[in-house]
Design a protein around this ligand. Structure first.
Ligand SMILES: Cc1cc2nc3c(=O)[nH]c(=O)nc-3n(C[C@H](O)[C@H](O)[C@H](O)COP(=O)(O)OP(=O)(O)OC[C@H]3O[C@@H](n4cnc5c(N)ncnc54)[C@H](O)[C@@H]3O)c2cc1C
Length: 404
């Protein structure tokens, strides 16, 4: 894909866009593709320059269910995805461990690890092929006013300030802007943890195994990515600063000390960190606006739920706005209240379940109280001994609320 915006929509095309998607991250892109597949055009607008999305340092664990949906959109990054065939779960300083494997679940892989940038590039390339209208380097400001059946927004060219501001109007504004900060409509639970990210090399091949190790600082995940392991090292903020400041050898030693000896680390790439909090928007639908992806819910990365959940938001919204019943196709007004309310209702269980699942794991495992260490050991042992319980946890990770 070129580094310039895609089919560069000319001045204020949003005036004619029935659906304006604010944010062309992986969730916004998924929605635009899912709508296009059902014959519904939309306009994508993103504040970031194109290259910024490619360089995002996150490695994402994607579920088997996510792969199936991305394949339907023609946006599965085959070459860039590393399968996970087993997941080893354990706790530092306590007994008990469990092993989940793909064969037991009857799927080719429990999940796949992909760099955010590679996932984004696959979605963007598909959007380019579909001819989806896109403006990059442009921020959407929502003024909260609706008139004549349209929501009024302003598009501002990033870097050119207010001089380049354009008033626009759309029947439906979809917020796909990523993690919301300072938004009174979002409840926030700060975990007092940061995730330090790095790609590390190891003495042994990873054998497509992912590791989830619970420590009193927080969970430590190792995800197979090409011939390396992507590390999500959860620690208190001051320790994150310390880990970022270490030289490579000292970082590898700190990782080794935290993880233990089951894997031998030999080197590391560059590091980045993200603050971690649970952010839940109470109401998903308003007057001619709707929220999807991280702006609807931002979860702790433990068990890799965030994008998987956001993709299901996008899929559900596309299905709700363009029902696959011939006489209902092309809802004349995609911003009408009824479909938006139906979308919000349909997403309740999955998003609340995902938030409760990850929050429960973080609370249960991120401390070193002796009774809890014992209880966790018993839990991990039970998971190991009880295939139905193990299958349930694996299904939760693969299918979300459909696991029930
Ligand atoms: C450390 C870490 C590890 C993670 N691991 C996993 C994992 O293993 N598996 C998983 O499924 N998920 C994981 N996640 C979560 C995942 O990264 C997110 O759920 C996903 O990126 C959300 O995508 P999004 O499109 O909603 O938001 P984003 O990726 O944040 O994209 C939002 C886009 O909106 C644009 N934007 C913002 N404001 C505006 C505006 N006003 N106007 C126009 N554009 C705007 C931004 O420029 C950006 O491009 C992880 C997250 C973190 C922090």
């Amino acid at each position: 894909m070129a580094d310039t915006p895609l089919a560069s929509a000319t001045a204020c095309d949003a005036l004619h866009a029935d659906i304006l998607i604010s944010g062309a991250g992986p969730v916004g892109l998924t929605l635009a593709l899912a709508l296009a597949r059902r014959g519904q055009p939309s306009l994508l607008v993103d504040a970031r320059p194109t290259n910024a999305s490619r360089a995002d340092p996150r490695a994402l664990a994607l579920s088997h269910g996510t792969r199936q949906l991305l394949e339907q959109l023609g946006a599965w990054p085959t070459q860039a995805a590393t399968p996970i065939t087993t997941i080893h779960v354990s706790q530092r300083g306590g007994f008990g461990r469990t092993l989940m494997n793909a064969a037991e679940m009857g799927v080719p892989a429990l999940g796949y690890v992909v760099r955010y940038g590679d996932l984004w590039a696959a979605l963007a390339a598909r959007a380019e092929r579909e001819g989806i209208a896109w403006r990059g380097d442009t921020r959407v400001a929502d003024h909260g006013s609706v008139a004549d059946g349209r929501r009024r927004v302003t598009l501002t060219s990033t870097g050119q300030g207010d001089a380049a501001a354009q008033p626009c109007a759309t029947r439906l504004l979809v917020h796909a802007e990523g993690t919301p900060y300072d938004d009174p409509a979002v409840s926030v639970k700060d975990y007092g943890q940061h995730a330090v990210l790095a790609e590390v090399s190891t003495a042994q091949p990873h054998g497509n195994r992912a590791w989830e190790r619970f420590t009193p600082d927080g969970p430590l995940a190792l995800l197979p990515l090409e011939d390396k392991l992507a590390v999500v090292f959860t620690v208190p903020p001051e320790k994150a600063e310390h880990l970022l400041a270490l030289d490579d050898a000292a970082f590898v030693a700190a990782l080794q000390a935290q993880f233990g000896q089951r894997v031998t680390f030999t080197g590391t790439g560059s590091r980045a960190s993200f603050p971690l909090a649970l952010r839940l928007r109470d109401t998903l639908a308003g007057e001619r606006e709707v929220w999807i992806g991280n702006t609807a819910q931002t979860l702790h990365p433990v068990s890799g739920q965030g994008f998987n959940l956001g993709l299901r938001d996008a899929w559900e919204l596309a299905e709700t706005l363009t029902p696959a019943v011939p006489h209902l196709v092309h809802t004349p007004d995609p911003g009408a209240a009824a479909p938006l309310a139906a979308y919000a209702q349909a997403r309740r269980l999955d998003r609340r379940g995902g938030a409760a699942f990850t929050d429960g794991i973080v609370r249960l495992f991120s401390n070193d109280s002796t009774p809890l260490t014992l209880a966790r050991g018993v839990g991990l042992l039970a998971l190991d001994l009880l295939p139905p319980a193990r299958r349930f946890v694996a299904r939760r990770m693969i299918w979300g609320a459909r696991a029930w």
